[in-house]
Design a protein around this ligand. Sequence first.
Ligand SMILES: [Zn+2]
Length: 299
Amino acid sequence: MDMDQSIINGFQHLQLTKEEEESISISTTGRSDLLEECALSLFGRLLADRHQNMRALKSTLRSAWKMGSDLRIVDVGKNILQFKFNSKYQMEWVERNGPWNFDNNLLLLCRWKKGLSVNNILFTHSPFWIQIWGLPFESMSEEVGRDLGSKIGEYIETDKRSWLSEQAKFMRIRVDLPINKPLRRGGNIIDSDGEKYWVSFKYERLPCFCFYCGILGHDEKHCTMFLSNSEAPRQYGDWLRANGSPKFGSEKVRKFNSNGVEERKDEGSGEHQTPSTSIPTDMEAKRAGPSASPDFSNS
Ligand SMILES: [Zn+2]
């Protein structure tokens, strides 16, 4: 528990004076501007068990997102940053192109909703591209992607471009993963004929996670479960990391015009943009140690 929370909890034991008990009506004047600003905001916090250099995080995000003065970053306390965008397009671009890693730690993001405050904000999920390996050929469909994704977390989409490309070793699905659960390594699927198959999962741009308990945000040196039983074989490992995502289209140079809309530099397939290796999302990959996927490094 941090200090702010203990202060809030402390108030529950205080006997309030009559004046303190009285509710204070608050004004909604001038709120429409604030509402608009909030609606164009994302809130972010690093999933890390150690202290983070917020200044370095801010400047790295600025250079990775390349939005210049359109992007305002406000420290709202408790290691939470508010990202104020100029347009919905910019905000959605950041969401769509995640996950974003800083120093091998996952940047958790969530949208604003009414009543959200630094005291009640919860980061529960983070979107990932997951590769499904070992699917029967006749099952590589969007519907199967949905079936699998909705069991792993909250299904977002199936990458339909994999069917157009020259590789189909796996299927890609985008899923909002619950961050408090062990990463799922695979699953038994059963088709309508009752045939059972094991499919395995690999995660693209996986940040720091624990090889002992499989949960994101710490390594086994900082695992509370690890200390109790350190002789057991590791159930998780680097093999859960996808070795980069398949390359689609050409390198993109990103630039936002004055309306906050991205100016498209590539005239490739005209497909919508998905995370690609050309975007340096594993920020500070040079410091991230041997487990960082080299495909995403900036160098
Ligand atoms: Zn652990």
